[in-house]
Design a protein around this ligand. Sequence first.
Ligand code: NAD
Length: 499
Amino acid sequence: MKELSHFVGGARVAGTSGRFSDVFNPATGESEAKLPMASADETNAIIEAAAAAQPEWGATNPQKRARVMMAMVSLMHRDMDKLAEALSREHGKTLPDAKGDLQRGLEVIEYCIAAPQMLKGEYTDSAGPGIDMYSMRQPLGVVAAIMPFNFPAMMPLWHVGPALACGNAVVLKPSERDPSVPLMLAELFVEAGLPEGVFQVVNGDKEAVDALLDHEIIQGVSFVGSTPIAQYIYSRACANGKRAQCFGGAKNHLIVMPDADMDQAADALVGAGYGAAGERCMAISVAVPVGEETADRLIDKLVPRIETLKVGPYTAGDDVDFGPVVTREAKERIMGLIETGVNEGAELVVDNRNFTLQGYEDGFFVGPHLFDRVTPDMQIYKTEIFGPVLSTVRAGSYEEALRLAMDHEYGNGTAIFTRDGDTARDFASRVNIGMVGINVPIPVPLAYHTFGGWKKSMFGDLNQHGPDSFKFYTRTKTVTARWPSGIKEGGEFNFKAMD
Ligand code: NAD
């Protein structure tokens, strides 16, 4: 069986801990590779090697660093098919989805080409007599990125790109579910001209993560994953004096007003609810039609659309709508939550509990499910299911729908479908959620804006990509400089001249 590795000093390096985790092909259910789980000692050595490589990279001028990003963009285009295949094979998503994952990561690398512009400091001429004041942005040093399984290219690139462009060295800890694409991206960065050791990949689990969180060399920690782990990582990183940004789970509501274009809303819900098997932090998992009539019309439109969705392996061609979920445990968890929903009294209007795919009986496939008449006290409403399951909560009024979204503990994304500008504007202004769509179901901001949720979907201050990422991965230093000419009297500095 294939044995994967870490990536250290510009090359793949075998693990030495003797501990391994299986990497599955979710479509067949077979383990296809063994992934080394780094020990704390291995992780520490990888961090220390990154620290040795960082100063020279940090001192490299931003334009040269930007050129590495330019080359990386070309190399990713060159290898797009190969990367997408490797991504789908371990994650399970369709090839078009895998290319989307890569493309949205690549767009942040394109944005990083603006590093010379983004890293320009501020300058005040003559802040006092003979005194100038300027601030500059300097890299943090060595930073860690601990990433989730669901976007194995995009999520690492959102963090590694800006961190490198700012002059940091990065230690990436990819998800143990789908580590091959991050390793391929590390190789491409070296081919793009990144000095060896500046981008290291450590594969592992809690032991490696804890070593990253505790090592004094690590200055910044970026985490993306589930909320309980985000909270844990945020508190441990902060307790150790590190800068941290930790992005957590989601339960995104899409509100359908009575005046919405119902076909458009139904199409949007199907794409946003079931695309990538619902394994997106910006997936819509709750539909909130306003009024009984709207709800009935929406359900009538949704059911035939959901029933004709095609579930299959990524190898089955472009007409597959979504693939398997990532692991057997994920499938069992989702199926368990569907049973919970039925037992709680929700109405399962599209029921695929007996779904199997001929020839792929051992794959981790879950058919699409639709619940109606879900209520806020139910477990299936409170929990992030992270599977192809859409819940419908009927609201009596716009205010009730808004309150639902606002009262939920998560605050990643939300959307409203309406033709009424006043309602849309009111919603965008009042809702306590980080990313809002108006007749757009998955409002993922582009690379030059920032991405981040509110409430239990985000711990920290600065968002992912866009201008915030350049702030997160740099420290501001402000220099006040005084030169003798103009304030020197009788060979002494005249401090009064500063008044
Ligand atoms: P996860 O929390 O299980 O794992 C994320 C990372 O944390 C992995 O690298 C994993 O190895 C590590 N990890 C897991 N348990 C740990 C522990 N006990 N101690 C230390 N490290 C640990 O998340 P996942 O299942 O890979 O990803 C899915 C989750 O990510 C969903 O909740 C989804 O909403 C969320 N997500 C959020 C965003 C966002 O921007 N808010 C984006 C993508 C995914």
